[in-house]
Structure formats: C-alpha cells, structure tokens
Design a protein around this ligand. Structure first.
Ligand SMILES: Cc1ncc(COP(=O)(O)O)c(C=O)c1O
Length: 344
C-alpha cells in the first residue's frame, strides 16, 4: 500500500469507490404517471454494476475469517457482473480468478472478464443444473481440481445480502430523506432485494418491497424455463433470497424489459441493461397502481438499475437480434397497474 495522500479528496484505491451511487428521477419515461419513480444508478460502481458491493463484502469476510489467503484462486459460477466485481477486488488484492458462465451471457461480458485478466469457462445454458456440463457442475469440478481454490458462492454467502443491508439500504434511506414508500428491484441471488428490503423495513415497516421478475422465474411461481433477460430470476431458490422481506413479486416479460431498457436509454439518456428495464417497468406499474389509488402525492417509488446497456449492445440494442427472437424493436411498454392478485 502506498503512503496515504492526507488531506486530499482522493480515494486510496478503486475499492473505496464501491457504493455511494447516485439516485436520479425518471421524469421522461412515463410522463402520464404522477407517482414519482427514482432510480439508483448502480452503473456508477467501479466495475459498472451492483455486484461490486457483494463482491467486496464476500472477499473482506473470507479474508477476515482466514478462508481466503494470499496465493489462493477465486473460482465462481457467475453470469458476469459478480465476476467483474470479484475481478476488480482481485486486481487490487492480487488473486487469480476463474469464472464459469453460461452461453446465454452476452459475449461482451465474457470479453470484459477476460480484460480484467480472469480465466472464463463458458457452459451450455439449456442443460439441467445436475447435468455435468451445467455451469453449477462445471464450477464444482473446477473448484475440486484447482489447488487452493476459494469459492465465494454468491448464492449462499450471507455477506451478499448483508452488503446491501449495510450499504445500499442506508444510502436509499438517506438519499430519499426517509420518504421512500416502495422499493422495486430484480432478484438474481436475491442479495439486493433481501438486504435493502430488510434495512428499509426496519426503518419503516410500511415500506413495500416488490420483486420485478421474469414470469418464468421461480420467485413468482414460474417453472424456471429459459428466458432472455440476464442476471435476474432463478430456476432454484438460493439461500441469499429472504422471502420474508418481500411483499410482492410481479412478472415482467423479456419483451417489456428490453423495450423499457431502450426507452430509458433514449428518453432519459441513461444507458440501461435488460434487467434495469425489468425493474423500471415494475416500478412504473406500481406507480400507475398508486396513481389509480389516489396515492401519488404521498408515494415515492425507488428502483435500482443494476448495470449498463453497454454490456448488451449486441442484444437489447441490436434490432436484428431482437427481430430474430420475435421481439419488437420499438420502445412501447404497457404500464398498466400489475394484476392485484400478482403471482407471488
Ligand atoms: C444484470 C443484473 N441485474 C440484477 C442482478 C440481481 O442482483 P442480486 O443477485 O443481488 O439479486 C444481477 C446479479 O447478478 C445482475 O447481474
């Protein structure tokens, strides 16, 4: 570690720049909806996504407990963003990284991990989790074969939701002056929604916590069949997802998620990934419901944009790719209130 530059507003390293992300009002996405919707921009983290927070928390805890030591190798199945977060921390701390992802992941994400110096193994997405070719099975095999391998396991590591309980939640509470009434976010491991949800409900139990979820995902009662949005929804229940802090799960399709990602990008000037489109669609549907209930004036809906559209230029932002999957290239999204029964 170099000598600190005392008295100057300069971060000692990139790791101190994780968190503290800004919040912005989404004023142009749906001007007919009165209930305000604001978005926390997790794109501002050094690795470009919300997963930087979980990554540093998991590494810090493992080092503190002596489970991760200099010379160890980080091996993790990740859809990309957690890998980038871990690679950012590993660069600073000198660890080698091996990541496993599926072929559903955009090629830019794999290239990005390799840019940070990580080794990446790509596995087929369309096989059962117990198939030896699955990304879970491949990661388990690599972990067993690699000497001094350490796997943070973001799907069971409670430092993951804790990171959001300790940082993202308090930031949202402070930035909204405690006026937040609804949180709408996607759930992959569930770390974000569980940690932020727990913190916000401790401050004010009336705050509603809502997961915007692909209809196929198990969180909302789906069967885990494939869908195109990356990073959110699951085909199993990870222990990092704490359902007791979630009030509702509302379904948002691939088509609506991608159309909204394009809409936010083009109308707000905010380059947003597919899962950000899912979250923003869910947030405006909740806002439309609040409008219909006459609660616009007393409500503040907070959503979270997990990563940037820069990672999805060959997918969400590629007309040919969308058309090849029978998805619309326009940016119209149905923002009617969600089905009150929901699918939770
Ligand atoms: C693009 C994207 N969006 C959302 C999430 C969801 O975050 P969490 O795992 O905290 O539920 C992830 C997680 O990997 C992600 O990569």
């Amino acid at each position: 570690m170099p000598k600190p530059l005392a008295g100057l507003d300069i971060a000692p390293s990139v790791l101190e720049l994780i968190g503290g992300t800004p919040i912005v009002r989404l004023g142009r996405v749906a001007p007919h909806i009165a209930t305000p919707v604001v978005a926390k921009l997790e794109t501002s983290n050094p690795g470009g996504s919300v997963k930087d927070r979980a990554a540093i928390a998991m590494i810090d805890a493992a080092e503190a407990e002596g489970r991760l030591q200099p010379g160890d190798v980080i091996v993790e199945p990740t859809s990309g963003n957690t890998g980038v977060g871990l690679a950012v921390v590993a660069a600073q701390r000198g660890y080698r990284c091996i990541f496993v992802c599926t072929d559903k992941v955009a090629p830019e994400k794999v290239a990005l991990l390799r840019a940070y110096g990580a080794e990446v193994v790509v596995c087929p997405a369309k096989v059962h989790p117990e198939d030896p070719r699955s990304y879970y099975a491949t990661a388990a095999r690599l972990k067993a074969e690699t000497p001094r391998a350490f796997s943070p396991d973001q799907y069971s590591n409670q430092s993951n939701p804790r990171a959001h309980y300790e940082t993202t939640g308090p930031e949202i509470w402070a930035q909204t002056g405690g006026r937040v009434t609804h949180l709408v976010a996607g759930a992959g491991t569930g770390g974000t929604i569980s940690g932020v949800g727990r913190f916000l409900k401790e401050q004010n139990p009336a705050i509603e916590v809502i997961v915007a979820d692909p209809p196929e995902s198990v969180y909302g009662g789906g069967d885990g069949s494939p869908y195109l949005v990356e990073g959110i929804g699951e085909d199993f229940w990870p222990t990092t997802y704490h359902a007791k802090f979630v009030d509702r799960v509302i379904p948002v399709t691939d088509a609506d998620s991608f159309a909204m990602a394009r809409r936010v990008t083009r109308r707000e000037g905010l380059l947003t990934g597919g899962s950000g489109g899912t979250a923003v669609t869910g947030a405006f549907r909740i806002a439309a419901e609040l409008d219909a209930e006459g609660r616009a004036g007393e409500s503040l809906v907070v959503t979270l944009i997990p990563d940037s559209g820069r990672l999805y230029l060959s997918r969400v932002f590629d007309d040919e790719w969308l058309e090849s999957r029978d998805l619309s290239i326009d940016d119209e999204v149905d923002l009617s209130p969600p089905d009150p029964g929901g699918n939770s």
